[in-house]
Design a protein around this ligand. Structure first.
Ligand code: PXG
Length: 293
């Protein structure tokens, strides 16, 4: 049957969901996006994702041709028409169709599309046993050059890091800032538990301010765990009691080995497991509810 895709105000069959080769999202990576999830008919943190999308677009002086309210409605309707209860949603806004020069003033209206599909999850083993990561040579983008807080269509920095992790035989990469501080993974934020505190790099380390990251900081505070945003070195990670990454797709995934060093007891620790349970509860409780049509 195929998916119905939202494309510039209409829902079309996926075979007809096509954009121009002159679209600057394709020619230059000139655009922004969000990855969002729904759980059993509840869209998780939708307003925060829409707010972040509009902030990314604002910095790029990219005018989103819908209000936030209309964007929320379009996401919800895309889930409904596809009869999806548990879904991964990709929302993309590009600069639109222009000429072969990079000047955004020559582009017409922005292109907007929303894809809702079933979600591909990490294997259950990752959550039970934890995963191994390595530090990769490519540093995260310099915030002075291209701020990682902009969730732009230009993901080559992260893709290079992913290739380096794959070449090293692991699933995920630890990316450092140009100054050698811990930044984040290729599509996830990173946390450690050290001396009983939950610590994660601050936005000024040059990272995306993940929505899951924000939720985890709130859940930890509610659970009475002291939290802090601090610059971290690899030494801090190697000597942590626990470590995990967070992201919309991964949720909370334990990390048990970094650059060959076991972290803590090299298995998912109690604080991580507690937060994973709290997070799963929240996904069942909080969100914008819809009824698959
Ligand atoms: N850092 C980066 C660089 C990201 O792209 C996150 C952290 C986590 O943010 P959220 O808001 O999801 O908690 C992201 C977002 C993928 C994939 O296929 C993942 C993201 C984006 C695009 C693709 O794994 N994660």
């Amino acid at each position: 049957m195929g998916l119905k895709i939202y494309l510039n105000g209409k829902w079309v069959p996926e075979q007809q969901a096509k954009v121009s080769v002159f679209d600057h999202g394709l020619l230059y990576g000139d655009g922004v996006f969000e990855g969002i999830r729904s759980y059993d008919g509840l869209v998780f943190q939708l307003e925060r994702h829409i707010d972040r999308l509009f902030e990314s677009a604002h910095t790029l002086m990219l005018k989103v041709p819908l209000t936030k309210r209309a964007m929320i409605d379009a996401v919800v309707k895309t889930l409904k028409v596809n009869r999806l209860k548990d879904a991964y949603i990709r929302l993309v806004v590009t600069r639109g169709v222009g000429d072969l020069g990079l000047d955004p003033r020559k582009c017409g209206a922005a292109t907007v599309f929303i894809i809702a599909d079933t979600i591909v999850l990490y294997p259950e083993k990752v959550y039970r046993q934890g995963m191994e990561i390595v530090t990769v040579p490519t540093p995260r983008n310099l915030p002075e050059a291209l701020n990682p807080q902009i969730k732009s269509l230009n993901y080559l920095n992260n893709i290079l890091a992913k290739i380096e992790a794959t070449n090293a035989g692991v699933e995920e990469a630890l990316m450092l800032s140009a100054h050698g501080y811990v930044a984040e993974c290729t599509g996830d934020n990173i946390f450690i538990i050290r001396r009983g505190r939950l610590v994660t790099p601050p936005p000024w380390a040059g990272i995306l301010k993940g929505i899951t990251r924000g939720v985890v900081l709130e859940l930890a505070t509610q659970a009475g765990i002291p939290v802090a945003e601090e610059m971290l070195t690899r030494h801090d990670l190697y000597n942590a009691e626990e470590c995990f990454l967070t992201g919309t797709a991964a949720e909370i995934a334990p990390i048990v080995k970094i650059d060959g060093r076991p972290i803590g007891r090299a298995k998912p620790g109690p604080v991580t497991r507690g937060l994973m349970a709290d997070f799963r509860k929240l996904t069942k409780r909080a969100g914008i509810r819809y009824r698959p049509a």
